[in-house]
Design a protein around this ligand. Sequence first.
Ligand code: ADP
Length: 336
Amino acid sequence: KKVADRYLKREILGEGTYGVVYKAIDTTTGQTVAIKKIRLGKQKEGVNFTALREIKLLKEVKDPNIIELIDAFPHKGNLHLVFEFMETDLEAVIRDPNIFLSPGDIKSYFQMTLKGLAVCHKKWVLHRDMKPNNLLIGSNGQLKLADFGLARIFGSPGRKFTHQVFARWYRAPELLFGAKQYGAGVDVWAAGCIFAELLNRRPFLQVLSICGKSLMTSGRVEDLLLVDLRDFVGRKEFQGDSDIDQLGKIFQKLGTPTLSQWPDLEWLPDFVEYSSQTAQPWRKLCPTASDDALDLLSKMFTYDPKSRISVQQALEHRYFTSVPLPTDPAKLPRPA
Ligand code: ADP
């Protein structure tokens, strides 16, 4: 069945935050594409036009590390966004036990992540939903940012509870403290979480909570618990005070921020005092990382967003020019 006289619909690829994504063939070019169907049903008509105007902006961004928006059109009350088809994503790479990531591989994947983010920030667009499954990987090994700007256009994702939980691990402390004004630093923090996740092969600031009770476990127990957690997703009690749990998890690893480190902290809407905890040594938090990697990581995890390193500065960090150099993307390991 053809959509908009141009796309031949194939199988469903998955269900995302905003709606169903399916595979299709663009009959004008023969190219395989992914079409994201966004329900506009509940929104007022005006939003429709705003969304379309914003999407025109996204269509103009062309960069090797940002997913290309090929087309956008309304069809049967849904907005259809047509993207280039991507083979896999960084989450699948990180979770694949058969994949070994060398320090050069990690550097390459992370450099492409930052390059894509730098383009967003240069255009004054925040991504706001940086996480490994939004970093798509093409057949040539190129990593591309997906879903950028969508949070601003369609409201922050996470009405579906599962999404919200997982995105919380990547949320900057200023957001968890309820900041209404925030900037590019939120993406830098999330990118730091992704960097640590590449290094450790597990989510860095993962909080597990069952029935509102947080379980800050470490080691292999987490993996076992994750399976059982699926039974709890969707249950109301599951929600808990998770922003608080998330801050607790951050402070447990990075130490409680002091006012001298972060002077604006006490003015944030949800500021409450936390019992002071001292930061754990970076070496212990990421045992396999090089000194350069740890130096960059600590600069991305600076509490005060005003002092946090920018994406551009991160790209200029010596980590990227020291050996081992980033692996050629075409030679990066990908799931079989
Ligand atoms: P989420 O909102 O959870 O980030 P998405 O809406 O981005 O999810 O995607 C839903 C599903 O569609 C996922 O399984 C994802 O891998 C797949 N997908 C999204 N975009 C593409 C694409 N450009 N190419 C191939 N698969 C895609």
